[in-house]
Design a protein around this ligand. Structure first.
Ligand SMILES: Cc1cc2nc3c(=O)[nH]c(=O)nc-3n(C[C@H](O)[C@H](O)[C@H](O)COP(=O)(O)OP(=O)(O)OC[C@H]3O[C@@H](n4cnc5c(N)ncnc54)[C@H](O)[C@@H]3O)c2cc1C
Length: 380
């Protein structure tokens, strides 16, 4: 009877964080298995504006051919409010637009090319840790591994299994949001990411590949509830109060029939290590989308985790040190950024606050620059 494979690393969730970590570890020669509950390619709720800080990592370390994809570069931001106030600013580092449909699928192909065993349509149901080995129960059987990463996004069945504290919080301003996304075409500005505010939410518009634009908004779940759970009604009664946004919705040609919708988005604090599993990307903590930095943080967490996991697999550090070093590194790199994102989110969505914020941004450009700097990182 052949012996059961014990993988060096098991990765739960094949979004940006999971796929990148799996690729980096496979490139170092480790045996890696990745489980994704969905399929590829697939659309995801995301504004699809990526800060330039990730460009070199994606192209040079992961091998994504971004330069040949004719992607739009974005170096300006426009912020509007329902009271028709608006501010334009230059984005010092800038970013680019690419759909998750394209990017995640590309990364999945790169992972497989580098030897990662990718199982899609394969939800992880449970993780046990016994005798220094993880036993991962999935829809396709039980797998064993020396290390394990949880890169399953903002919320998953495993959070409930582990009784993670953010799930038991009452509804606060940090949780219970919904996200809605469309791909559209229309006469919009190619090199600008727009952030249009409305009551209890904001909507981003920016260009992606193939002359398409991503129109994506975040709002409190109560907005939907107060509109008979109808997205269309909510857009007409709430979002259209910002005339710039109304104009976009009325001129945009939607490229798929129904929007993609997610619920239960939470920006609460989360643990970075849970039952010896290293948490990556949104599973470790989510920055508010108005910062346009969640994808870069997800990619960067993958790089940090892969480095520490490799040291552990080389037997340079113990498991306790691996967990401690990753947690410390995470806090050092993202702690302030995530806090700042939450702080700014308070000002957006409340009409008077948003207007004051926009006035300050307009008369004091150094303030805008500072905010952008505090919510973004450097190339990694
Ligand atoms: C409305 C909105 C707009 C945003 N806009 C932007 C933006 O413009 N720019 C930006 O940088 N960031 C943005 N973000 C944030 C960004 O989308 C996330 O930070 C990023 O997707 C996190 O990547 P991830 O790999 O951690 O998670 P994900 O990309 O969510 O991947 C997690 C994967 O795990 C899988 N999974 C879950 N549970 C299991 C399980 N039990 N077993 C197996 N697989 C599982 C899921 O199917 C999924 O594919 C936005 C977020 C929202 C909500």
């Amino acid at each position: 009877m052949s012996e059961k494979t014990i993988y060096d690393a098991a990765v739960i969730g094949g979004g940006l964080a999971g796929l990148s970590c799996a690729i980096l570890l496979a490139k170092k020669g480790y045996k890696v298995v990745l489980f994704e509950k969905g399929t590829y390619p697939a659309h995801k709720v995301c504004g699809e504006y990526i800060s330039m800080e990730s460009w070199n990592f994606l192209t040079e370390e992961l091998g994504v051919s971004l330069a040949t994809m004719h992607l739009p570069f974005i170096n300006r931001i426009l912020v509007t409010s329902a009271k028709s106030k608006n501010v334009k600013a230059h984005l010092p580092l800038g970013g680019f637009g690419i759909s998750r449909f394209t990017l995640d699928y590309d990364l999945k192909k790169i992972a497989e090319k580098n030897g990662v065993m990718v199982f899609n349509n394969c939800k992880v149901e449970n993780v046990d840790f016994l005798n220094n080995i993880f036993s991962i129960k999935t829809e396709k059987g039980i797998f064993e591994s020396n290390t394990c990463c949880g890169s399953y996004g903002k919320r998953s069945n495993l959070d409930a299994k582990w009784k993670r504290s953010f799930l038991t919080e009452n509804n606060t301003r940090l949780n219970n949001y919904i996200g809605v996304k469309y791909h559209v075409t229309g006469p919009f500005t190619a090199d600008e990411v727009a952030l249009h505010n409305f009551k209890d939410g904001y909507c981003g518009l920016s260009k992606i590949e193939d002359e398409k634009y991503c129109l994506c908004y975040l709002t409190k779940a109560s907005n939907l509830k107060n509109n008979n759970n109808s997205i269309e009604q909510m857009e007409e009664t709430v979002l259209y109060k910002n005339l710039a946004l109304k104009n976009i919705f009325l001129t945009a040609e939607k490229l798929y029939e129904k929007p993609l919708v997610i619920s239960q988005v939470s920006f609460s604090n989360k643990t970075r290590v849970q039952d010896h599993v290293l948490m990556l990307g949104d599973a470790a903590g989510m920055i508010t989308p108005l910062c346009g930095n969640g994808m870069s943080i997800a990619l960067h967490t993958a790089k940090l985790a892969a480095g520490h996991i490799s040291s552990y697999l080389q037997q340079n550090i113990s498991r306790a040190v691996l967990e401690n070093n990753y947690s410390k590194d995470w806090k050092k790199n993202f702690g302030k950024r995530i806090k700042m994102g939450r702080f700014i989110q308070r000002f957006f969505g409340k009409e008077s606050f948003t207007n004051i914020f926009l006035i300050v941004m307009k008369v004091w450009p150094a303030f805008t620059k500072k905010i952008i700097r505090l919510t973004h990182g450097n190339p990694f």
